[in-house]
Design a protein around this ligand. Structure first.
Ligand code: A2P
Length: 252
């Protein structure tokens, strides 16, 4: 707000996204979901508002797996479309939607979701989902485009030290992280790397004036595929997701 007031940056120079929380899926609760966000952020509109995940609880319930209730995506999406009509959300979309869920949503949507934001990186390439989204005019946006290195929630091998990624980085004289982000841009996704370190934030921006040549791009298909966010926390014997496969519609 201070930077707007001091004319350092204009609102239209920024692209601000937020997400509808799981307890606000009921159509009558969706407007409150965005209003609270707009109030918190002291903004008039969002550039993009996403359904956070195919996870729904009753309003105000703690988001634990045993509290999940069945989704009603057509009803929630209908309320999201009204936000779009009102101009409070200049674009609307979803996050963590499988191919199956995307197809179901596309079959009923009046406003095509602008975006599906999912985990995507060289170690989890999302080729099938990306192709589906591309063919329907939905932009795929990548969270965890670095595969969450160092996250205590994922203890598997980081693709950043995969020999293929390391050798491409050496050839191009870039870091493995830059190669991963650049791969993302070249396959047509936006990339949302998270860093709290100034040097790494700068490093992560420095991916626009060079490219990975075609012969090296083809090597990425040899990288083992491991999803880092399997979302075991959604599984509960009495909940609506009995296994992680249920949650991701087997696309894991
Ligand atoms: P840090 O915040 O200390 O920079 P993702 O975006 O895939 O979820 O990954 C986020 C993690 O990746 C953070 O822990 C972040 O740590 C780390 N990270 C961000 N940028 C880089 C980079 N260029 N090289 C290595 N690790 C990075």
């Amino acid at each position: 707000k201070k930077l707007f007031e001091d004319s350092v940056v204009k609102r239209e120079d920024l692209f601000i996204s937020s997400k509808l929380w799981s307890g606000n899926h009921a159509p009558e609760d969706v407007p409150e979901g965005i209003d609270t966000t707009l109030e918190d952020l002291q903004l008039e509109y969002l550039d993009l508002f996403l359904i956070h995940a195919p996870v729904r609880t009753n309003k105000g319930a703690i988001r634990t797996a045993e509290n999940y209730i069945p989704l009603d995506v057509p009803a929630t999406w209908g309320a999201m479309e009204k936000l779009y009509d009102s101009g409070k959300a200049r674009a609307i979309g979803v996050s963590n939607f499988s191919c199956k869920r995307m197809e179901d949503l596309l079959a009923i949507a009046r406003v095509t979701p602008a975006v599906n934001q999912v985990e995507s990186h060289p170690g989890w390439q999302q080729m099938k989902l990306r192709e589906l989204c591309r063919s329907k005019g939905v932009h795929l946006s990548a969270y965890s485009p670095l595969g969450r290195p160092g996250s205590p929630a994922f203890t598997g091998p980081s693709f950043l030290s995969n020999p293929i990624v390391v050798s491409i980085a050496e050839k191009l004289q870039r870091s493995p992280a830059q190669v991963a982000l650049r791969w993302g841009l070249q396959v047509g996704q936006s990339v949302l790397p998270k860093s709290i370190n100034e040097t790494r934030i700068k490093e992560n921006f420095n991916i626009f004036d060079w490219s990975i040549p075609e012969d090296l791009m083809s090597k990425f298909s040899e990288i083992p595929q491991i999803k880092t966010l399997r979302a075991e926390f959604v599984v509960h014997p009495q909940g609506i997701y009995k296994t992680v496969e249920d949650f991701w519609d087997g696309e894991i």
